[in-house]
Design a protein around this ligand. Structure first.
Ligand code: SAH
Length: 415
């Protein structure tokens, strides 16, 4: 019989509102024995069953709900149903028609805490970050293979959050080992990319073994597309460019020039390869219209300002400055700094696409930081659009923590 996790009195409320996390302080006791990742029944202090969860004795999040239905079994069939459902509704999304790079499983917001899966062509990359997800690896992999028909599945469970769950880091092929030799010989030659996706007509190579996250920032797909639509005739500055996604869309959209900055050498090397994957951009890459700078954005923006440079479209897509609310104050200063510098570099009438992917910075706070930056820069500015991730990165309404990516398209006043 499964062990029972008994909640303290009053601590059932968040579970009843369908929030999947049960913190250490909410647990009264565990009756029976459970090992890391085992399924336990979740019971209120007065004996009501609330559902089933994965037990994680090393984590502050002591259990994560798999289901809010106490009758539902957690087994291969459960994972097959959840995963088939997640893949099916995404494939019906209008915005994903014709796309071959997309998020398939988005953790808690797909009812699968700790399970991330991204599709890159016929390869799926999974990242398992919780004890429960780790336990059910085989079921998850076989369900993903059935639901997608993919031929290769690679694991990138090398996120540090696994350490909080008492799990080691793991990477490697789970299905279709054949590609390893392809990838290895490709990287040995330092060239040809084995995996390429096409995002609204732009070819982008993805290094699933060494790239950030599972290889690419799929959450910004719709925003990169918007950038391409806005870029025509503009001088574009792409800050925190990673492998050049926004820059490539800007070039395809007819930008007059594109300057891209990132501190990562390998990301910029991939960006250069990405240009060559798009033959129509090869000219732009060599005629002085594009420039890739390996630098710290905080310094480089000051250098551009001193040099008297101006831009018509600036993208600010920094890494997570505030992983949690505890870092909000320090992170706010960093966001303010880059946005202020961004406003100072914008020509009259120019556009700023500015983002925060920090869970610890809410929409309102982010907007007020950007407003403060505009005011300090002495510019009038208006929000043209509020921006966020594509629909393949949904936010469970019960789980505000999942609402991490926020952005604004801002225009400054004319001369
Ligand atoms: N816009 C990108 C994703 C950006 S991720 C896309 O669409 O794919 C954030 C990037 O910021 C990473 O590539 C990281 O290398 C870079 N980075 C982090 N800190 C930096 C800094 N201080 N200066 C420049 N780049 C930085």
């Amino acid at each position: 019989m499964a062990a029972q996790l008994i909640l303290k009195a009053g601590k059932e409320r968040s579970v009843m509102r369908r929030h999947p996390w049960i913190f250490e302080g909410s647990v009264d006791q565990l009756q029976g024995r459970a090992r890391t990742g085992d399924t336990v029944e979740v019971i209120t202090h007065d004996g009501r069953a609330l559902g089933r969860a994965a037990w994680s004795p090393h984590s502050q999040i002591r259990a994560r709900m798999w289901t809010f239905d106490p009758q539902q079994s957690i087994d291969d069939v459960f994972f097959r149903r959840r995963i088939t459902d997640a893949v099916t509704w995404r494939r019906a999304l209008p915005e994903l028609q014709g796309q071959n790079g997309m998020r398939l499983l988005h953790g808690e917001s797909d009812g699968l805490p700790g399970v991330i899966a991204d599709q890159y062509g016929d390869t799926v990359v999974v990242q398992l970050t919780s004890a429960g997800a780790d336990k059910w690896r085989d079921a998850i992999v076989s369900a993903l293979q059935r639901a997608t028909g993919c031929t290769r599945i690679f694991e990138r469970s090398d996120s540090d959050v696994r350490k909080l769950e008492g799990l080691g880091l793991r990477t490697g092929w789970l299905l279709g080992e054949g590609l390893s030799s392809v990838l290895e010989s490709a990287s040995a030659q330092g060239g040809e990319q084995a995996l390429t996706i096409t995002e609204y007509g732009i070819n982008i190579g993805v290094d699933i073994q060494h790239g950030h996250k599972t290889g690419f920032y799929l959450d910004q797909r719709e925003n990169r597309r918007l950038c391409g639509q806005l870029a025509n005739g503009r001088r574009v500055l792409n800050c925190f460019c990673y492998t050049g996604g926004f820059s490539l869309h800007a070039l395809a959209g007819g930008a007059q020039s594109v300057v891209s900055i990132d501190s990562s050498g390998p990301a910029l090397a991939q960006a250069a390869r990405n240009v060559s994957l798009n033959p129509n951009m090869a000219v732009a890459a060599t005629d002085g219209r594009t420039e890739w700078r390996e630098a710290n954005v905080f310094d480089e923006l000051r250098i551009l300002r001193k040099a008297g440079q101006q831009f018509d479209l600036i993208i600010l897509d920094p890494p997570k400055f505030a992983p949690s609310a505890a870092h909000a104050r320090q992170a706010s200063r960093a966001y303010k700094d880059i946005n202020l510098l961004g406003f100072r570099l914008l020509a009259p009438g120019g556009l700023l696409m500015t983002y925060s992917c920090s869970g610890g910075i809410g929409h309102e706070l982010f907007q007020s930081i950007v407003a403060g930056a505009a005011s300090d820069a002495g510019v009038d500015a208006r929000i043209l659009r509020r921006l966020g991730p594509g629909a393949d990165h949904p936010v469970g309404l019960a789980i505000p923590e999942g609402d991490y990516l926020k952005g604004l398209l801002v225009q400054v006043g004319g001369a």
